[in-house]
Design a protein around this ligand. Sequence first.
Ligand code: SF4
Length: 266
Amino acid sequence: MPDRRTLTADCTSCFALCCVALTFTKSADFAIDKRAGDPCPNLRSDYRCGIHDRLRPKGFAGCTGYDCFGAGQQVSQVTFGGRSWREAPETRDRMFAALPVMRHLHELLWYLTEARSLAVTREIHADLDAEIADLERVTGEDADAVLAIDVDARRAQVNPLLARTSELVRAAVGRKKDRRGADLIGAKLAGADLRGTNFRGAYLIAANLRDANLPRADLIGADLRDADVRGADFTDSIFLTQSQVNAARGDAATTLPPRLTRPDHW
Ligand code: SF4
């Protein structure tokens, strides 16, 4: 199985790819418009952010919510062998194009690794191992191979394993609510018993989940931007990512799975 650290952003080993490759649209999350390929004006020459400790007050909350799942350092150090887009400007377009591809693959690896770590998924461990090994192989290939990857096909290949994982985890709760893709924007769910609920792709933007119980809930792809998760219990919830957590509003009483860290702004 991949070391979790390789699926966690290490900005010190990345050429600030997310600060250059991505498009920003001026909004509540970004104080400026920025085209893909243009370095953010806050980016320093050493690839560090000049306002790292003031992102939210400066209007860059979107930067605190972004998580590359370690794709940035993989593209910088492995795919392009440690040569930056400043040292080798001829590589910049391909390097920036490789970031979203690698991010998708690392996100899938994150989910698969989590699924494989669970005893309840024993019946599919061999299939999970095979998929993880194949994804690790392709993420280590050269730029041409990475850029040729059909991400949608990869997702389709992995999805049945993630769906089966969800069934097995939530079955232990007995009562399984299905809120897949539900519009729960601003929903009042404070203190609700949501154990074992399937929130796959649900819109929980600005929902009130204060003190809600979410053990064994499936949160894959759920939009938790600005959701109030103060005091909420995410123990043993599955497929929750750092990016989702960073975008929500929690506090010291929010219980997170051990693989995730409490955001500084909580
Ligand atoms: S504000 Fe900082 S973290 Fe956000 S894109 Fe610009 S340099 Fe990167």
